[in-house]
Design a protein around this ligand. Structure first.
Ligand SMILES: C[S@@+](CC[C@H](N)C(=O)[O-])C[C@H]1O[C@@H](n2cnc3c(N)ncnc32)[C@H](O)[C@@H]1O
Length: 259
């Protein structure tokens, strides 16, 4: 089983991350702002998918993406060449104190064993008055009506795999404490509800698709014995909007820490 639960940087995973970023941006940017010429860091930028969304939303900011993975950064440089990139570990950023106006970050702290160390480093590189903005998971909040045992099975495997790799798929409600421990004087949280039901079938399908795509991509890290169960989980997820009276609920956590 590979260490990183979402596998390596192949074309399928890049396409998934790009689609996820297009879908995440309206939620993630709802409480984010940046003025022209501000210095903005996209931390753990991966293949640059959210950096690309930041560039579209804020064409005149000075945008820098940082990631530890050479292969992810190579894809970022290929696909989002209008952003600058630096390879670095988020716990040892190669920037002077008070360098950035904003630090943006999505779906990262859930994968690492030392979120407070990262947040301390983020606080160090922020200017006084600047803020960091994180979007993170809380997989304990996922609720499907009617329940889908095939989805439960895949989610349990995903969560266990992520924990075994040193991450925390239930990090959302712990973030406020982590931000405070890292020294942020002011912390704001925005519980970000994603709901699907028959009132808006397009949005419902968008939400189920996001999860089904994640399930499809887990075959690499969970291994061949999971192939059929992943397919069943993804199919059950995609079929949910077709069931009478069906609904889905998920709550991500958007957190800001002000320096
Ligand atoms: C789930 S991806 C998120 C990518 C991107 N933020 C997005 O929303 O598409 C997590 C990223 O964290 C990176 N990463 C893991 N540990 C890191 C560390 N210590 N420092 C910097 N990046 C790290 C991985 O290489 C991966 O690209």
């Amino acid at each position: 089983m590979s260490q990183y639960i979402h596998g390596t940087t192949d074309d399928r995973e890049i396409a998934r991350l790009e689609k996820q970023a297009r879908w995440t941006a309206p939620y993630a940017f709802r409480h984010f702002d940046a003025a022209p010429d501000m210095r903005v860091l996209d931390l753990a930028t991966g293949v640059g998918a959210m950096a690309g969304q930041l560039r579209r939303a804020y064409p005149n900011i000075e945008l820098l993406g940082v990631d530890l993975s050479r292969t992810q950064l190579a894809a970022a440089r290929r696909n989002h060449g209008d952003v600058n990139y630096v390879r670095a570990d988020a716990t040892h950023l190669p920037f002077r104190d008070a360098h950035f106006d904003r630090v943006h970050c999505s779906w990262f702290l859930e994968h690492i064993p030392n979120p407070v160390a990262v947040l301390q480093e983020v606080r160090r590189v922020l200017k006084p008055g600047g803020y960091c903005h994180f979007t993170e998971v809380d997989n304990a909040t996922l609720r499907l009506v009617p329940r889908q045992p095939a989805v439960d099975e895949v989610m349990n495997a995903l969560n266990s795999g992520q924990i075994a790799a040193g991450g925390d798929p239930f990090i959302g409600p712990k973030l406020r404490g982590y931000f405070t421990a890292a020294g942020f004087a002011q912390v704001r949280d925005f519980p970000t509800v994603m709901e699907g039901n028959e009132k808006d079938l397009t949005a419902f399908r968008g939400l189920t698709d996001e999860f089904a795509d994640i399930f499809d991509g887990l075959d690499e890290s969970l291994g061949p014995t999971w192939h059929e169960r992943l397919k069943e989980g993804a199919a059950a997820m995609r079929a949910l909007p077709t069931l009478p009276g069906a609904s889905m609920y998920y709550r991500a956590q958007v957190m800001q820490g002000f320096r």
